[in-house]
Design a protein around this ligand. Structure first.
Ligand code: NAI
Length: 320
């Protein structure tokens, strides 16, 4: 088998000045892509801006013999996303890959999730994916080819205390991924998502205050250092690069990746329970069957969900 390469292809990686995005950009460039290294350069909670991180990563790529340009636009606005895509097209003449990775956190218990915490998190993660992907999509549709990788999170898939803003944004990204996959199929565009785990400044910023500030015992500190070392962001990037490659066979899927592990997440439907005149007591009395995971299916489209429902209806044609 030949190596997976991106020669002649152009990639945008958002939030590539630090952490995971930096690792993705370095790998794509090492495999031959021309990379637009986007990063606003603000803090982990999204305050301020600094051209330095994007410039440093672009410089690192060039120093290693690769090709990259920095870009400091914010993905949080439609104008920023347009300008970023325009920069890629103006500099390199085409656009094959978008890795939506930029992110911030603003944690608080749900009762304290006021708009100043909610809006910026939705703007960077969820609307940011729209702002960058939409202009990219238009260019990709014209060339009949594109790969979109989006970044969700275990928090978006499963929930985490004090992260209602972030989990809602990250769950929204899963819905977006699935719809992009369906709409893109006719145009040679595929969209998949990654749910990473990596030791970055964001992960450090996600630690509960008590855990972050408490004095650790030497054993705890050693264990934390060992875990941190294993959670190298570069171990997430192979999954991103695979999903970004022309040979990627999957579309609309979600992969969790970290420390060298990779697995698939999916939405499943139980076989459930049916009665033509369902009552509230039926739901109570048959909850175990409704929840039973034996024989679940993995519908790929709402039509398949409806088909299963209709299957149950048609199997029992005599209501009452
Ligand atoms: P990070 O804080 O190291 O990197 C995020 C980058 O995004 C920063 O360089 C930041 O400047 C940039 N950024 C923020 N707002 C921006 C904007 N408006 N426009 C352009 N760039 C912007 O964090 P990390 O951990 O590398 O996060 C990368 C992605 O992975 C995020 O989407 C995050 O939610 C996601 N993630 C990370 C996990 C982890 O374990 N580190 C777990 C689950 C998801």
């Amino acid at each position: 088998m030949t190596d997976i390469r991106f020669d002649g292809q152009v990639a945008i990686v958002t939030g590539a000045g630090n952490g995971l995005g930096r690792a993705h950009a370095l790998l794509l460039a090492a495999r031959g892509a021309e990379v637009v290294v986007n990063d606003l350069g603000g803090s982990v909670v999204g305050e301020g801006s600094d051209a330095g991180p994007a410039e440093a990563v672009a410089q690192e790529i060039r120093a290693a013999g690769g090709e990259a340009v920095p870009d400091g636009h914010s993905v949080a606005t439609a104008d920023g996303g347009e300008a970023l895509v325009r920069a890629a097209l103006d500099t390199y003449g085409r656009l094959d890959v978008v890795v939506n990775n930029a992110g911030i956190i603003r944690d608080a218990p749900f009762a304290e999730q006021t708009d100043d915490l909610l809006d910026p998190v939705l703007a960077v993660h969820l609307k940011g994916a729209f702002h960058v992907t939409r202009p990219a999509w238009i260019a990709m549709r014209e060339q009949g080819y594109g790969r979109i990788v989006l970044t969700t999170s275990a928090t978006g898939l499963l929930g985490t205390e004090d992260k209602s803003n972030y989990s809602a944004a990250k769950a929204g990204i899963v819905g977006l991924t699935r719809t992009l996959a369906l709409e893109g199929a006719a145009h040679g565009i595929k969209a998949n998502a990654v749910a990473p785990s990596a030791a970055t400044r964001m992960l450090a910023g996600s630690m509960p205050d008590e855990a972050a500030t408490r004095q650790m015992t030497p054993d705890e500190a050693a264990m934390m250092a060992a875990i941190t070392e294993r959670l190298d962001p570069a171990l997430v990037s192979p999954v991103v690069a695979f999903l970004a490659h022309e040979s990627c066979p999957v579309n609309g899927e979600v992969y969790t990746a970290g420390a060298g592990g990779v697995a698939r997440y999916f939405t499943a439907r139980t076989r459930g329970w049916f009665h033509p005149q369902l009552s509230v007591e039926d739901v109570r009395d048959h909850l175990a069957e409704i929840r039973d995971e034996t024989g679940y299916t993995v519908p790929t489209h709402p039509g398949e969900d409806i088909a299963q429902l209709l299957g149950a209806v048609l199997a029992d044609p005599t209501p009452g």
